[in-house]
Write a protein that binds this ligand. Structure first.
Ligand code: ADP
Ligand code: MG
Length: 413
């Protein structure tokens, strides 16, 4: 109602993210703040996130200021983020000016810094229920690390997320850091490898030394990168040296800070390295229901009917969260360019399949190539999502009776 997404998008294209009538919206939010109206304030939070994502930084900041003032007034209200105790994660604070170590030969930085500000607006990836619960528990343990330590219970400090590419592992790790209010030192391990003998091991030591001296989460992305050299038998000695360097570095970090490692190729990891982790968690491909939620998130603020999103969840069978996002981006571009015509999600998808030279051969995708009638019948047969004729009609931008006729015609043939 208040959030005129259409306007926001139009303005953003011109590089001037401004929300129309924002002063009135701000006044409403301030009034809700005075009344302590939780429902309105919750929507205002969502609006702030949407604005920040759309690049309307000034408006997002204005809303944040209102929330700050509520927190200040309440005095004891929950802080914006958790502050982990110094005992749990010690070291010098990281600022945007902190210089990260570099590779001596090439001067390339060994890691990238994600300050707390940069992490601020990241949303959590949408996961299936079981991994979502596991992540919640993991984060809970870290948030309550002090209590656990007081009780004499060991706190896990190293975690490995593994699973197919594009399932949100990097995003999940960054979001965890945001939840804990800690900056991230993000290193891609394959980026640390060097062709100079001994340099890779030296880089790993330099990276860990730096991480151990600073208050941060060490994020080791593409962790299997250390095993890549394995393909070349000539370099076996070097591989051993590198794996040993990693093992020693991880031991040097035991009891200091938090470390998250990520890999798409867990089978490439050395068993000794694998065992070093306190927790290991698989992030698999999203289920149909989760894909539906992911599509909902990425199509939010676009006029796509619920039924069409359900159909989209079916169409993305076997794909990752990142693939669903890419598909949604395509649909949004299509709907924007054809805003004045009668178009549908299926029109967009047909074009998408044409242009993306399908990376996936899921039955749902293949059936769209066989024509809409066969495709519609397949959709209605999908078990997980219980797609109805009305859903198919939503996706095709037509009526249920037309879908019914389309199917009947095909059955006769
Ligand atoms: N489960 C998910 N929910 C929402 N978005 C996702 C999900 N998985 C992936 N994405 C989107 O795809 C992007 C790339 O995912 P990424 O975290 O790099 O995956 P991975 O590290 O597993 O390869 C994310 O930044 C996010 O925008
Ligand atoms: Mg990743």
């Amino acid at each position: 109602m208040l959030y005129q997404s259409g306007n926001l998008h139009k303005q953003r294209d011109k590089g001037l993210p401004k929300m129309e009538h924002f002063p009135i919206v701000l006044a409403l939010v301030r009034a809700a703040a005075r009344e302590r109206n939780p429902a309105v304030l919750q929507h205002a939070q969502r609006l702030r996130e949407a604005l920040a994502q759309g690049g309307a930084d000034e408006e997002a900041l204005a809303l944040e200021t209102v929330f700050e003032s509520i927190r200040a007034a309440a005095g004891k209200m929950a802080p914006a983020r958790v502050v982990l105790s110094k005992a749990m994660v010690a070291g010098e604070p990281i600022t945007p000016n902190t210089a990260v170590p570099v590779d001596k030969e090439t001067s390339t930085p060994l890691a990238e810094l994600w300050t707390i500000d940069r992490l601020q607006n990241l949303k959590a990836p949408i996961l299936d229920d079981r991994p979502a619960k596991a992540v919640e528990h993991l984060v809970d343990q870290w948030i309550n690390a002090d209590r656990l330590q007081e009780a004499g219970v060991k706190v896990p400090r190293t975690t490995l997320f593994f699973g197919p590419p594009g399932t949100g592992k990097t995003r999940l790790a960054l979001w965890t850091a945001q939840k804990l209010g800690l900056p991230v030192l993000l290193a891609r391990l394959d980026g640390l490898t060097s062709s100079y003998l001994g340099t890779t091991a030296r880089n790993i030591r330099a990276l860990f030394d730096f991480a151990n001296r600073h208050r941060c989460i060490l994020l080791l992305d593409e962790f299997d990168g250390i095993a890549k050299l394995r393909d070349d038998p000539q370099e076996l000695g070097e591989v051993k040296r590198v794996v040993n360097a990693v093992l020693q570095a991880m031991d040097s970090r035991a009891g200091t800070g938090l470390t998250i490692a990520l890999t798409n190729h867990e089978n490439l990891l050395d068993p000794a390295v694998w065992r070093r982790f306190d927790a290991r968690m698989e992030i698999g491909l999203p289920s149909a229901g989760t894909r539906q939620k992911i599509a909902e998130r990425y199509l939010d603020s676009f006029p796509v009917a619920v039924g069409a999103i359900k159909v989209l969840a079916w169409m993305t069978d076997g794909l990752s969260g990142s693939d669903v996002e890419t598909m949604c981006d395509f649909i949004k571009r299509y709907l924007t360019l054809h805003a004045n015509e009668h178009t549908s999600v299926v029109d967009a998808l047909e074009l998408y399949l044409e242009l993306s030279a399908s990376t996936s051969e899921s039955p749902a995708v293949l059936s769209l190539k066989k024509g809409r009638s066969i495709w519609a019948q397949e959709a209605l047969r999908s078990r997980d999502l219980k797609i109805t004729q009305a859903d198919v009609a939503d996706a095709m931008g037509t009526t249920q009776s037309k879908v019914s006729r389309l199917i009947a015609r095909n059955s006769v043939n």
